[in-house]
Design a protein around this ligand. Structure first.
Ligand code: GDD
Ligand code: MG
Length: 354
C-alpha cells in the first residue's frame, strides 16, 4: 500500500552554471559522492517504499535523464509534464493515478534535491507518520527547527498540547517576508516546513477537491484514460491549463487537517551554493573543493568546483563561489548567492541560454 512521489521538475537556477535548464541540479552529483541528488533520494526512499511504487514527476525534457540515472524505473512510474506548473498540479495528478491503482494507497511526497544525514531516523519518522495517516484523515509534514529567518521556506505554527508527537498545525505561512520570518523566529513556536509530506491518496485528493476544485475537475477526466495510449494526449492538452501554484499555497495554507511531526535529523534543502558549502568536506581554511586540483594561498571559506582536470590557483580571495562549467566561469561573492538567478538571466539576455 505504500507509494512515493518524487518531485524532480525544478530548474535549480541558483546553482547555475552547473544546474541548467536542460540539466538541473537534481541530476548532478552536487556533493561529489559519486551519486546524483535524485539517485540519493531514490535510495533513501527505497528503504521505505518498494521501488516499483516510487513515481517520478518531472518535465518531459528530463525523461532521458530520469531513465538513465534510475534504471529500475519503468514508464508507468514517470509522469511527464509538458509545462512547468509548480508542485500542486503534479502532486494532484500523480495522487489521482496512484489512488486509481490502489484506493488505499499511503504516500510520501518528497523533493529530489534534499540532503538528510541520518536516514534511519528519517525512515522511523516517516513510518510514524504513515501509521497516523492510516488511522485518520490528516495531511502530515515534517517540521525542522529553524535557525535563521530564511524567507524561502514555509513556516509552521503548531499546537503544543497533546501526548502525540504529531501536532496539529495552527497556521501555515509559505515564504513570509523577512520581517515576518524574524518575528516568527523570536516566538520560538514555529518550525520550517521540510517540504516532505505524508498522507493517504484519499486524503490529499479530497483536500484538492475542496480547495482546488477546478484543477480536480480538470484532471478527473484524465482518469478514464489512465495508463492507456490516450493518457499522454490528455496530459499534453490539459496539464498546461492547470493553475501554476505550489502545494504549500494550494493546500497546506488552507486545509484544516494539516499536522506536523517535529523532526531532529540534520536536514538541508541544498538550495544555494552556500548551503552546499556547509555540507561538503573542507580544508583547514574552510575551502570546499569539488573536482578541481587547487593551489590555495590566503584563501578562506570559498567553494570551488570545476572540471576534474582543471588546475585552479586562488590567492587573496575569501567567501567566494568559483564555478567553471563548460563555457561559463563564475566568480561571485557568497553573500550574494540568491542573485545568481539574476546573473543567469543577464547572461541569457546578453549571450543566449548558457
Ligand atoms: N515535477 C515537478 N514539477 N517538480 C517541481 C516543479 C514542477 O513544476 N516545480 C518544483 N518542483 C520540485 C523541485 O525540483 C523540488 O524538488 C521540489 O519540487 C520543491 O520545489 P522548490 O521550488 O524547491 O520549492 P521551494 O524550495 O521554493 O519551497 C518548498 O520547499 C521548502 C523546503 O525546501 C516549500 O514546500 C516550502 O514550504 C519548504 O519550506
Ligand atoms: Mg527547494
Amino acid at each position: 500500500n505504500y507509494y512515493a512521489i518524487l518531485m524532480a521538475g525544478g530548474v535549480g537556477s541558483r546553482f547555475w552554471p552547473v544546474s541548467k535548464n536542460d540539466f538541473p541540479k537534481q541530476f548532478h552529483d552536487m556533493l561529489g559522492t559519486g551519486e546524483t541528488l535524485i539517485q540519493k533520494t531514490f535510495s533513501r526512499l527505497s528503504k521505505l517504499i518498494p521501488a516499483e511504487n516510487i513515481f517520478i514527476l518531472t518535465n518531459e525534457k528530463y525523461n532521458d535523464l530520469v531513465l538513465e540515472q534510475l534504471p529500475e524505473i519503468t514508464a508507468r512510474q514517470v509522469v511527464l509534464e509538458p509545462a512547468m506548473r509548480n508542485t500542486a498540479p503534479c502532486i494532484l495528478y500523480a495522487s489521482m493515478k496512484i489512488q486509481k491503482e490502489n484506493p488505499d494507497a499511503m504516500m510520501i511526497v518528497a523533493p529530489s534535491d534534499h540532503w538528510i544525514e541520518d536516514e534511519d531516523m528519517f525512515t522511523a519518522n516517516v513510518n510514524e507518520c504513515f501509521d497516523a495517516c492510516e488511522k485518520e484523515d490528516i495531511l502530515v509534514t515534517l517540521g525542522i527547527q529553524p535557525t535563521f529567518p530564511n524567507t524561502g521556506y514555509g513556516y509552521i505554527k503548531f499546537e503544543k498540547e497533546g501526548d502525540s508527537s504529531i501536532k496539529k498545525v495552527a497556521q501555515f505561512t509559505e515564504k513570509p517576508d523577512y520581517e515576518t520570518a524574524k518575528k516568527f523566529l523570536i516566538t520560538k513556536s514555529y518550525l520550517w516546513n521540510a517540504g516532505i509530506f505524508i498522507w493517504s491518496a484519499k486524503s490529499i485528493v479530497a483536500a484538492f477537491s475542496k480547495y482546488q476544485e477546478e484543477m480536480t475537475t480538470l484532471f478527473e477526466k484524465g482518469m478514464s484514460c489512465y495508463n492507456t495510449e490516450e493518457e499522454k494526449d490528455f496530459i499534453d492538452e490539459n496539464y498546461p491549463k492547470a493553475e501554476n501554484i505550489s502545494i504549500d499555497y494550494a493546500i497546506l495554507e488552507n486545509a484544516p487537517n494539516v499536522y506536523v511531526l517535529p523532526v531532529s535529523f540534520d536536514w538541508n534543502d541544498l538550495g544555494t551554493w552556500g548551503s552546499l558549502h556547509s555540507k561538503l568536506d573542507k580544508d583547514e581554511s574552510e575551502n570546499a573543493v569539488v573536482n578541481a586540483k587547487t593551489i590555495l594561498v590566503d584563501a578562506k571559506n570559498n567553494i570551488i568546483r570545476t572540471n576534474p582536470d582543471k588546475i585552479v590557483v586562488v590567492d587573496g580571495l575569501s567567501d567566494y563561489i568559483i564555478v567553471d562549467k563548460d563555457d561559463v566561469l563564475v566568480i561571485y561573492p557568497k553573500r550574494k548567492e540568491q542573485d545568481i538567478k539574476k546573473v543567469r538571466s543577464a547572461v541569457k539576455d546578453a549571450f543566449g541560454e548558457h
